[in-house]
Design a binder for this molecule. Sequence first.
Ligand code: HEC
Ligand code: HEC
Length: 392
Amino acid sequence: MLSAPDDCCYGVDDHTTGSTAQTIKGGMRTPPPLAPLGPPPIPADNPQSPAKIEWGRYLFFDPRLGGDASTGCSTCHEPDQGWSWAEDISRGYPGTVHWRSNQTIINAAYYSKLFWAGSSTSLEAQARAASKGGVAGNGETDIMEARLALIPRYVALSREAFGTEWPLLRDAYRAIAAFERTLVQRDTPLDRYLLGDETALSEEQIRGKQLFEGKAGCIQCHNGPLASDENYYNIGVPGVKRWESDGLAQITFRFELYAKGVPEELYRTLKDDPGAYFRSRNRWDMGKFRTPSLRYTLYTAPYMHSGQFDTLEEVVDFYNAGGVAADGRTTSFPETKSPLIRPLGLTGQEREDLVAFIEAFSGEEILIEKPELPPYAPLFTRAQLQAAQEAK
Ligand code: HEC
Ligand code: HEC
């Protein structure tokens, strides 16, 4: 039997982070209100600069930053698929599939913990994990670094941005992070409404907002400027259905369990992604995932870590049923399911209002022209090589 530790208190069912912005009053908490989004935080050790952002923009779209030069960031984070990947689970490195649903890059700059289970704490570290991860970029450090040195434009940009003679892979990750910090959306109907423009939301959306903050209780976790408390919960999402029939997907799941070093017994028996458990190794974290932002979700279907819902309507129906999908499937870890998730008793009209309100978290779709990638060139010209030969 899995049980929470003694200091568990109703309404704060996160034991992974311990840090929450919520205040607890008499056992109930008052979540911070929704708020307009400010500019993203910029880390002191990686300030923005035009050369850095430009290099990062190229690198984000450059498959040479991956194993066989086929799979770069944008291969899986397609701008016209919400800067994500529009399938239940993400595509993987050639010959593999991923094991989780993809996440958008838009507004990733605001999270203090990245990935569904929060396993990375900065965009810089995240980019490294993505370009080297077995089912993602699958790149080798020395080979990727050697490729960068053979692209004159990158040599020039990295020199300008970081002052090094040759491009370093570490700096490439910092440049990608700097580019990602420009991919933010702060001018949504909700932001305009919260800044005082009462016409920015429709009647329906205003009713939806009241439900969000009241009867439907969404605000308990989706709160503050990002609409995420960055805590971890098991809200009842069922696992990847494809694992029942798709051998390759099932193998990737086992590979990830093994690579993350779960005990033998769990490796053999787990049927589902244990989420935050990977980091804490606490059984009461099984099946918990980081609350995602609701911003930009108009463009990022399918939803949830396992990509099991194709529409926002399905998501709202799932919450209305108390964390159970339409086909009756739910989490494989019922012991850790959040007490905040319970049947809501929303009427048809209320469900529509709520969906309309979630749409107000998204502004215009962000689409940018893919840059034309600069070519390789030999490190030395024939004349230079000849001169070196003659000097011997
Ligand atoms: C093979 C597909 C693939 C490639 C290549 C890939 N990603 Fe991802 N990315 C994913 C998936 C899937 C997730 C969610 C994984 C998880 O949570 O475990 C993700 C998550 C992320 C996140 C976290 C967002 C959040 O809300 O926490 C960021 C940021 C990100 N990727 C950036 C990058 C960058 C930068 C690169 C290139 C260096 C890259 N990705 C390459 C598939 C990919
Ligand atoms: C107990 C905290 C909690 C409450 C309450 C809650 N959510 Fe969530 N929400 C989460 C977590 C955690 C996830 C990710 C779960 C997963 O992938 O397993 C999530 C995911 C989502 C997603 C999918 C986002 C994406 O990028 O895939 C949407 C949409 C959403 N919630 C809307 C709502 C709405 C609407 C309500 C109110 C009816 C609500 N949430 C109530 C914690 C919560």
